[in-house]
Design a protein. Sequence first.
Length: 154
Amino acid sequence: MEHQLRVIAYLLAALVGTKTDRSAEEWLKSADEYAGGESYHPMPESPSEAAKSAKDAEMEAAVEEIYKMYPTKCPNRGVATGKCSKDKARIRTLLKTKSAEEIKQSITQYLEDCRISGQYLKNFGTLLNNLPEVVSDDLFPTELPSPQPSSEYR
């Protein structure tokens, strides 16, 4: 019953506050006083919404970091690489399937390969649509293992 009274007091205060010269905040304050001094809001922010907004902020930070990694001009040709806001949406889509570290490593590796070979940089959107796989250093060791002498006589 007390919960219902609080809801009614809140709604009445909001309704009356919009039709008179008193501000809605004053009406809400009087409704809170009527409800026993406790502040009542029918739709408080849930913990899942707070976690969701923190996760969104973290994702936006990752998107910005990845977006800033790619240069706006090709260092080899000096022409624009076509970065635009659509690329940020594509990065968000990629983050659903790949980790931010994988994407960063892939872009870094592509930039390094282009720098070494003198190859022109792809348009950023094209690179994101065809993101190269990360090649691990374990696949290509720098030192080859020495052959073991066989104990059999041939």
